[in-house]
Design a protein around this ligand. Structure first.
Ligand code: PLP
Length: 378
């Protein structure tokens, strides 16, 4: 099997699987209980928050709220931080967990507007400038696009926003960026940042929302007051400890992984240039995460290609897995891509566990399939 769909989810590291078992079997105590083994688990959770802050380059005084997914973190950020009577701005390139939440707020009567993205997948700064003012209470844009890997410079953009409107709260979805590039949050004007465990070899069902000190979103789940009252429910201790174990390993190897994956991508593109014609990369030429490669092949259907590759036990995606039931691709559409470019799209996403040999095999198989489909005029 060759797995090239790491932006969708990743395989859990063996040491992560071990930690999960440990916290389910030996250290299974409820962190809110009052006896020593439970208090020790509580301490482990607090230490886990400090470790995650290090990976984010965040101040110690800032907050980490653990919850069930990045989707929940994005919901808490948008629902919990929007202000009555103030406008909400959201980029058109967002993942469904932000985009659909913004649409729900719109349905509920909030004043929501969408910021354009450019043909390279990055935020359209001119459109942002034309829409940002003191009436905007909350803005949400992503650090790295899950569709194309296009990187938004969160330092520059957050500085720009606060210069124009100092009171606007800035939320960034950092799911595809976390432990792949360094957000250095303490040197940005970002107020809230979302991350997810299962994109970095941690378990599914764990996410976190980082918040600046003193920023208190309105809770969306009420109960026993865990996570400083911001997210009730007994903590998923095993999942959280698995998440932080994965994050520490990814963070330690971040630079090396980046260089390694950059090389995989380069190799993939160079081979594809030799083997196949009439295709183009969707994304930014200057600021793009190497881990994500979105390609449109002329005259074929990406989904057909995906299933032909599946027969060879090669797994890729046609874009965000959360979008797979939708017709067309909302993000590529926002980038101004034609219907044929959207239809002919596949997303390859690498991890450091992939090899150069795998890129050679996949390019070879893709080329064969594309030629076959074109011959059949499929
Ligand atoms: N945001 C982005 C950019 C994503 O890529 C994803 C998952 O694909 C999510 C949010 C949702 O993450 P989760 O599966 O943890 O809810």
């Amino acid at each position: 099997m060759i797995y090239f769909d790491n932006a969708s989810t990743t395989k859990v590291y063996p040491e992560v699987a071990e930690i999960i078992t440990k916290y389910n079997v030996e250290k299974f105590f409820n962190p809110s209980s009052l006896y020593l083994p439970a208090i020790n688990v509580k301490k482990d959770l607090l230490n886990a928050k400090e470790e995650i802050k290090k990976c984010l380059g965040a101040n110690q005084q800032s907050q980490i709220i653990f919850l069930s997914s990045a989707t929940e973190a994005n919901n808490l950020a948008l629902f919990g931080l929007c202000k009555k009577g103030k406008k909400i701005l959201v980029s058109q390139g967002e993942h469904a967990s932000v985009f659909n939440t913004a649409n729900e707020l719109l349905n509920l009567g909030f004043d929501v507007d969408f910021i354009k993205i450019k043909s390279d997948g990055k935020l359209d700064i001119d459109d942002l400038k034309s829409k940002i003012n003191n009436d905007v209470g909350l803005i949400s844009f992503m650090n790295v696009s899950n569709e194309t890997g296009a990187i938004n410079n969160i330092k520059e953009i957050s500085n720009l926003i606060k210069t124009i409107s100092p009171e606007t709260i800035i939320h960034c979805d950092g799911v595809q960026a976390f432990c792949k590039i360094y957000p250095d949050l303490k040197n940005t004007n970002v107020d809230a940042y979302t991350i997810s465990s299962h994109k970095i070899h941690g378990p599914k069902g764990v996410g976190a929302l980082w918040l600046k000190p003193n920023l208190k979103p309105k809770p969306q789940i009420w109960g026993g007051g865990q996570e400083n009252g911001l997210r009730s429910g007994t903590e998923n201790t095993a999942g959280i400890m698995g998440f932080v174990t994965a994050a520490k390993k990814m963070f330690e190897n971040m630079k090396n992984n980046y260089i390694y994956i950059e090389n995989l991508r380069k190799n993939f593109i160079e081979l594809l240039k030799i083997k196949c014609n009439d295709w183009e990369i969707n994304g930014s030429a200057d600021e793009n995460l190497p881990h994500i490669l979105s390609i449109s092949f002329k005259g074929i259907k990406g989904e057909t290609l995906l299933h032909m590759l599946e027969e060879k036990e090669i797994f890729v995606s046609t874009g965000s897995a959360c979008n797979s039931k939708h017709i067309g691709n909302r993000v590529l559409q926002s980038m101004g891509k034609l219907k044929t470019q959207m239809e002919g799209n596949i997303r390859i996403s690498f991890s450091e566990t992939n090899t150069l040999k795998e890129t050679e095999i996949v390019v070879e198989e893709i080329s064969k399939c594309v030629h076959k489909l074109r011959e059949l005029n499929y």
